[in-house]
Design a protein around this ligand. Structure first.
Ligand SMILES: Cc1cc2nc3c(=O)[nH]c(=O)nc-3n(C[C@H](O)[C@H](O)[C@H](O)COP(=O)(O)OP(=O)(O)OC[C@H]3O[C@@H](n4cnc5c(N)ncnc54)[C@H](O)[C@@H]3O)c2cc1C
Length: 403
């Protein structure tokens, strides 16, 4: 998809009318969520920037917030919240690289209704920030590929129907050139998913062992050996998705901090008041930046601004929950529920305490790319500073020392 025009009033009205019609015909309070989300897909409102017939209307990305606002105000779900990796990263990658429109549609509709949850199998024990150094192999066998290797930190793999996987198909090429990208059936023999428990007790993510797992060549996204380019599409969308959307003023984590501040007058000090004001201002600046970015969003792929937002959102979230812990005082140490809980959504635990949210927030500056890596991207792609040292970019992957 090439970048399109920015929002016009008639496009906005068209989207608003279409969304109101779907919500009127599929009342979110009485129909199952799959039905409503399916109707939104059929009306081109799942991702308004996608082509018609594939859940979109070919309009600017920024118009999506009109649909989301109408659905949520009517009591409906945001598909993104139920299937974040599918909506935020799987769908934009499929729409850009699927081998046929029929195949894209076959994947996208059940993804949109959240009947099929998606996960992302990129990270490996020896390849996180340097994901292009990954060692999982895919070897061609007729019309299929046979995968062997180990993935790690695979969020929601335990509830996923499909996984986006990058594998090495040519170890004699430098690391970025010998990779190929596939969509993996997670329900087949040879895919072994094991929980990884976090310090909250939850196990949102997993290790995934691939032992002769087979993938039809038809499930390849992009050309053989060009998987890095496809992976970049997923990663750029991931940062934008994690960086958040502009919500209403004073909602989200900052609302929790304010609520706690109101509930604990006895613990207020001028220093804490100062910190809370600074956090509120920063949250508001981030929210307004997101709103401005949304207004100028086009049909094309997100750019490095997604990394700015991801970086700020992650650090801000940690600072807000750290403030809450300081305000709570000794009570902050009261966290004793380490029961293994298998989340079916990211960060979703209806009974989560502030202490639990604080512990979970420690992952924000790691997941989806660390803050150090985000700063490298900003330095290189936004500020035009000299690139990070890359000693192995031109060497065949097979010859690069690993350990
Ligand atoms: C909650 C959570 C969920 C996740 N979910 C998924 C998922 O669903 N799918 C998936 O594929 N992965 C997932 N990940 C993995 C995540 O993408 C990686 O953890 C992340 O990219 C960092 O890689 P690493 O852990 O191997 O650390 P490393 O890459 O080993 O980094 C270690 C440290 O070195 C720093 N560093 C590394 N390279 C540089 C550099 N060039 N310049 C400056 N500093 C550098 C890092 O910033 C970090 O501080 C998840 C991680 C978390 C915490």
């Amino acid at each position: 998809m090439s970048p399109g025009t920015s929002t016009t009033t008639s496009d906005a009205l068209r989207v608003e009318e279409a969304a109101r019609k779907v919500v009127a015909e599929h009342d979110p309070r009485s129909v199952p969520s799959e039905e409503l989300l399916g109707a939104l897909f059929d009306a081109g409102l799942a991702w308004v920037s996608f082509p018609e017939g594939l859940g979109g209307l070919g309009l600017s990305r920024g118009l999506q917030s009109i649909v989301d606002g109408i659905v949520v105000d009517a009591g409906g779900p945001r598909g993104f919240a139920l299937n974040p990796i599918g909506y935020g990263m799987g769908a934009p990658t499929v729409v850009e690289y699927a081998q046929s429109t029929e195949q894209a549609r076959d994947w996208l509709r059940p993804l949109a209704t959240c009947e099929d949850i998606w996960c992302q199998l990129f990270s490996e024990p020896g390849a996180g920030s340097d994901v292009a150094g990954l060692a999982t192999t895919a070897v061609r066998d007729g019309d299929e590929w046979v995968l062997n290797g180990q993935k790690v930190w695979t969020t929601l793999a335990h509830v996923s129907r499909w996984g986006m996987v990058v594998a090495r198909t040519d170890p004699d090429q430098p690391k970025h050139r010998g990779l190929t990208y596939f969509v993996l059936d997670m329900h087949q023999p040879g895919v072994d998913v094991r929980p990884l428990r976090q310090m909250t007790g939850q196990a949102e993510f997993n290790e995934v062992y691939l032992n002769d797992a087979r993938i039809p060549d038809a499930n390849r996204l992009g050309e053989v050996g060009a998987g890095w380019k496809v992976a970049i599409t997923t990663l750029m969308n991931e940062r934008t998705a994690i960086g958040g959307v502009a919500g209403k003023r004073g909602t989200g984590p900052i609302a929790e901090a304010l609520g706690l501040w109101s509930a604990m007058p006895e613990r207020r000090t001028p220093v804490l008041r100062d910190r809370l004001s600074a956090l509120w201002t920063k949250t508001e600046a981030h929210r307004l930046t997101l709103a401005r970015a949304r207004r100028t969003a086009t049909k094309g792929q997100p750019g490095p601004e997604g990394s700015v937002s991801k970086l700020v959102a992650a650090e801000l979230n940690q600072d807000v929950y750290e403030f809450c812990m300081d305000l709570l005082g000794p009570e902050a140490l009261l966290y004793d529920d380490y029961t293994l809980r298998r989340a079916d959504r990211i960060g979703h635990d209806p009974g989560a305490t502030l202490q639990q949210r604080f512990l979970r927030s420690r992952a924000n500056t790691i997941e989806g790319g660390t803050s150090e890596v985000m700063r490298n991207i900003l330095g290189e792609r936004v500020l035009g500073l000299p690139g990070d040292m890359r000693a192995d970019s031109d060497r065949p992957w097979r010859e690069v020392p690993r350990g």
